[in-house]
Ligand binder design. Structure first.
Ligand SMILES: NC(=O)c1ccc[n+]([C@@H]2O[C@H](COP(=O)([O-])OP(=O)(O)OC[C@H]3O[C@@H](n4cnc5c(N)ncnc54)[C@H](OP(=O)(O)O)[C@@H]3O)[C@@H](O)[C@H]2O)c1
Length: 276
């Protein structure tokens, strides 16, 4: 039985993340299709979301009026105009969730007044209930927390963080999906070069990476401890691993994370451009 009985949820912005969230709420059996209203401006996305079975409208004011939990999931530069559209429809009973990168609790309060606010930083694995979702909240009480936090606990793992760690959470947890997938693409391509067809290579890569991740999630062991179990002295694995390090694997990953972080820290949320 969905736990959200009689509790409507509006997702404002049915893009990549909004859609992943909507799907995750269904897959985790926390919502029925009629519990969720998605708003979207793009015709092609409206049609696509409707074909999946969701209620979709372009009227944000109406969606907010019909819901208690409001998820803002638009690009940073779209936040202000969305806030303008919903401002008059918000009441003290509403609970606000924002996925919007770089928009702070203070920005939200300035735009919309004092409301319970949950800033969340999930990733697109929400849709298969395997997200890592970092959460920082403000103006909430235990009722709000008891209602909202389990929603995300049932769609993966959650971590409550101070708001000033949201930028770091964005890079490691949200951008991290792309970083991990690019590694997987490289591994899969290597597999093709040594003899597998692309389907076989992708399957072996995906299941191997999933197993590696699961080993760390379940044991909390440091990755190097698991690596030690695989690297025989003078063996095959260590020779490949050391060659990757000679080519800068760890350094490239760390520098990539820091580059993303610096870009985010300097982001102008109004234009979504980094100042020159
Ligand atoms: N994707 C991720 O993995 C991820 C992870 C964590 C956080 N985030 C953050 O979450 C937010 C959404 O990300 P996303 O990847 O889902 O972006 P997205 O794919 O661009 O989705 C936003 C959608 O909202 C639509 N939209 C814009 N203004 C609207 C309005 N006033 N009312 C209703 N719909 C509106 C956009 O239409 P148009 O494109 O036509 O403008 C777009 O379809 C961003 O701030 C992002 O940084 C994303």
């Amino acid at each position: 039985m969905p736990v959200m009985k009689n509790l409507k949820l509006a997702i404002l912005g049915g893009g990549n993340l909004g859609t992943s969230l909507a799907k995750g709420l269904i897959v985790s059996k926390q919502c029925n299709y009629q519990d969720i209203i998605i708003t979207e401006k793009r015709e092609s996305r409206i049609d696509q979301l409707k074909s999946l079975g969701f209620q979709v409208t372009s009227n944000n004011h109406e969606a907010v009026s019909k819901s208690r939990i409001i998820v803002m999931s638009v690009k940073p530069q779209q936040f202000s105009s969305l806030a303008e559209e919903i401002k008059q429809a918000l009441t003290p009973d509403h609970i606000l969730i924002s996925t919007v990168t770089g928009i702070t609790h203070k920005d939200i309060e300035t735009a919309l007044g004092k409301l319970p606010i949950f800033r969340i930083m999930p990733n697109t694995a929400l849709e298969i209930c395997e997200s890592m979702t970092c959460i920082a909240y403000k103006n909430t009480n235990s009722n709000h927390e008891t209602l909202i936090l389990p929603l995300f606990e049932k769609m993966g793992k959650t971590l409550i963080i101070p708001e000033d760690m949201m930028g770091a959470a964005t890079v490691v947890g949200a951008c991290g999906i792309a970083f991990a997938l690019r590694f997987m693409r490289a591994m899969s391509q290597g597999g093709i070069e040594i003899g597998f067809n692309s389907e076989m290579s992708q399957l072996i890569t995906a299941q191997t990476v999933k197993g590696a991740a699961q080993l760390i999630v379940e044991t909390s062991n440091h990755p190097e401890r698991e690596i030690d179990k695989v690297t025989t002295p003078q063996g095959i694995t260590i020779s490949g691993l050391n060659e990757m390090e000679h080519q800068g694997l760890s350094s490239a990953v760390i520098r990539g994370l820091i580059t993303s972080y610096n870009k985010l820290e300097n982001l102008d949320t109004k234009t979504h451009k980094t100042p020159k």
